[in-house]
Design a protein around this ligand. Structure first.
Ligand SMILES: *Cc1c(COP(=O)(O)O)cnc(C)c1O
Length: 377
């Protein structure tokens, strides 16, 4: 029998979260004359650890899929996804362009070097492209003063049939915690792209879930939002739990107790003896460790659920095991069900917060050795 750990992926939770996003966008509709933005479901990093093919199924109702990796994009096509695909960092070398052409994959163009490559390319069909503005994130994109020139380069390529539909894109640095910084980026975007044709794409999860924000991003026209984390049922905000946003966890990480014992008062558990029992304490050992993707830096006290009862971890997380406090769960025994995060347990965000990180990192870090079960209902 394999170790009793497993990750469960709920496709119905994926569908539910996509609907929740669309409902949130609708609630902001202004006077009926603005069409709801289209949704790129962001499925980079193996769909935030949930599996590309699961995402293709679960987000089948999205308007498009956005990701980073060309091979993942090709796998989406091979899985039967016929809608738009956007590569959020575009392409990296001239040879990529042939693959983009073959599979009808759209790109972000964020630097002059990518235009250089496009100007030498002869794709059989025009490629759709989003020209990226750096409105303040200071990672990728053309600077505001250079944006019009970059867009003109894209339009010249459009004239030559190398590029097809064009759009304008930017990315927010603080949509989760600073409305003023976001308003500033929107203002920079408005000024740098004013009067340019094509669709617009600005909002990540945090911006998408900030009611009404999308309608302030651009005065009109076709808009695409790019939610990622919220579609997996985790929150982009520190102070707003996913459940309060109407989201359902897509991934549930489960395991079982493989041992129980009483830790004598004054005795310690695990590497480094970081937890010493103040009194006799019943401890359970869970078949889950950092080699499964559970964070090693989760301290004693990180929430965890045993037999449906919320309790806490004890001591340092090992490679393959971790300790839990069984005092609140006197009936627990070898074989008892443990939920590390997800449905019926703590949220991945709660585990992440206790460990000094974000839900994104834990979901993406699910280890390949953990067997995945997909639930369609
Ligand atoms: C990852 C990413 C997103 C999605 O971000 P979330 O915070 O997960 O919603 C959107 N746009 C770009 C360019 C990204 O890289």
């Amino acid at each position: 029998m394999p170790r009793p750990i497993s990750a469960h992926i709920s496709l119905s939770a994926m569908r539910h979260n996509l609907l929740a996003v669309r409902r949130c966008l609708d609630s902001a509709q202004v006077a009926g004359d603005r069409a709801r933005p289209h949704v790129w479901a962001v499925i980079k990093a193996n769909a935030y650890g949930h599996g590309i093919l699961n995402a293709v199924q679960g987000f089948g109702a999205a308007d498009g899929l956005a990701m980073l990796d060309l091979n993942e994009a090709v796998r989406c096509r091979e899985a039967g996804w016929n809608g738009p695909i956007l590569l959020l960092e575009g392409f990296f070398e001239p040879a990529d362009i042939r693959v983009l052409d073959q599979h009808r994959i759209s790109v972000t163009v964020h630097c002059a070097e990518q235009f250089d490559m496009l100007e030498k390319a002869r794709p059989g069909r025009p490629l759709d492209a989003m020209v990226k503005l750096d409105s303040g994130m200071n990672r990728l994109g053309f600077q505001p003063g250079a944006y019009r020139q970059a867009y003109a380069r894209a339009q010249a390529l459009q004239q030559r049939g190398v590029l097809g539909a064009l759009g304008r894109m930017t990315h927010f640095a603080r949509a989760d915690d600073d409305a003023q910084a976001t308003a500033q980026q929107i203002a920079v975007f408005g000024e740098a792209t004013q009067g340019l044709p094509g669709s617009a794409s600005l909002c990540n999860s945090a911006a998408t879930l900030t009611e009404g924000l999308w309608a302030h991003c651009v005065p009109g026209g076709e808009q695409w939002v790019r939610p990622g984390i919220c579609l997996y049922g985790a929150s982009p905000f520190d102070d707003r739990p996913a459940a309060s946003l109407g989201l359902r966890p897509v991934m549930t990480l489960r395991s079982r107790l493989i041992n129980t014992h009483v830790l004598k008062a004054g005795a310690s558990v695990g590497y480094g003896y970081t937890y010493t029992a103040p009194r006799d304490t019943r401890v359970g050992v869970v078949a889950c460790g950092y080699a499964d993707g559970y964070p090693r830096h989760a301290p004693t006290g990180t929430p965890i659920c045993v037999d449906g009862v919320m309790t806490r971890t004890l001591g340092r997380i090992s490679m393959d095991m971790l300790g839990v406090d069984l005092d609140p769960v006197p009936g627990a025994a070898v074989g008892s069900e443990v939920v590390l995060w997800g449905e019926g347990g703590p949220s991945v965000d709660d585990v992440a917060r206790a460990s000094g990180t974000v839900g994104y990192e834990l979901l993406c870090a699910l280890a390949p050795r953990v067997p995945v079960q997909v639930h369609t209902e």
